[in-house]
Each structure stands twice: as structure tokens, then as C-alpha cells.
Design a binder for this molecule. Structure first.
Ligand code: SF4
Ligand code: SF4
Length: 102
């Protein structure tokens, strides 16, 4: 999703998101590991410097935008998730850490 804002160093939704297994993904992108994970579990491709497979990250990651990233009403620029310690999805709030259940 294209927005005027940027995730920058935030990776909070990399734990929040549920990622389906994607046939062929492992071999196509040579990740060597299944991309699938349940919601609330940190992604195995998450590193200290962000997404370790950013260029080939799955669609669910590309499309996801929290309420702040979308610039929804009530989420000002200074409400950046990493600064606040939480992010929101359709008005529902989740802590940036530890792992959250959907
Ligand atoms: S929680 Fe929002 S700002 Fe943080 S990485 Fe996800 S979409 Fe970007
Ligand atoms: S593939 Fe990358 S962007 Fe997607 S959840 Fe994992 S670390 Fe985050």
C-alpha cells in the first residue's frame, strides 16, 4: 500500500501478521525455510536490521498498513508505533512487543 508515511525502522507487524504457507516460495526465492507463521509469532526472517527478505517479502507484508501508516484520523505523525510502543489495526491496539495474538 502506498502512503505518505514510512515504516522506517518499525517491524511491529512482523509479529502480528499471519502468513500462509506459499507453495514454491522456498525454492523460488531460495529462502530455505517456509514463510508460513501464525499471528503473534515473530517472523523467522526478521533481523536486527529489519526484514531479511525485504525484496521478496510476501504480498501480505507488502499490503499491510497499520492505522498510523494509513494516516487514519487520530494517528498523527508523532504516533509512530515504535515511539508509542503500540500500533493499531482498524482501531484495535496491539503492543509492539512481546508477541501479540490476533
Ligand atoms: S506496525 Fe505500521 S509502521 Fe510498523 S512496520 Fe507495520 S505497518 Fe509499518
Ligand atoms: S517476511 Fe519480512 S516483512 Fe514479512 S513478516 Fe517476515 S520479516 Fe516482516
Amino acid at each position: 500500500m502506498k502512503t505518505l508515511r514510512s515504516c522506517r525502522t518499525c517491524t511491529a507487524c512482523c509479529t502480528y501478521l499471519r502468513i500462509e504457507s506459499q507453495p514454491g516460495y522456498t525454492t523460488r526465492y531460495d529462502t530455505g525455510e517456509d514463510i508460513a507463521k501464525p499471528a503473534g509469532q515473530a517472523c523467522r526472517f526478521l533481523s536486527d536490521s529489519g526484514c531479511g527478505i525485504y525484496a521478496v517479502r510476501p504480498q501480505v507484508c507488502r499490503k499491510f498498513a497499520c492505522d498510523w501508516l494509513q494516516g487514519r484520523k487520530g494517528f498523527s505523525l508523532t504516533d509512530f508505533p515504535l515511539l508509542k510502543g503500540y500500533f493499531a489495526v482498524d482501531g484495535n491496539y496491539f503492543a509492539c512487543s512481546p508477541a501479540q495474538e490476533e
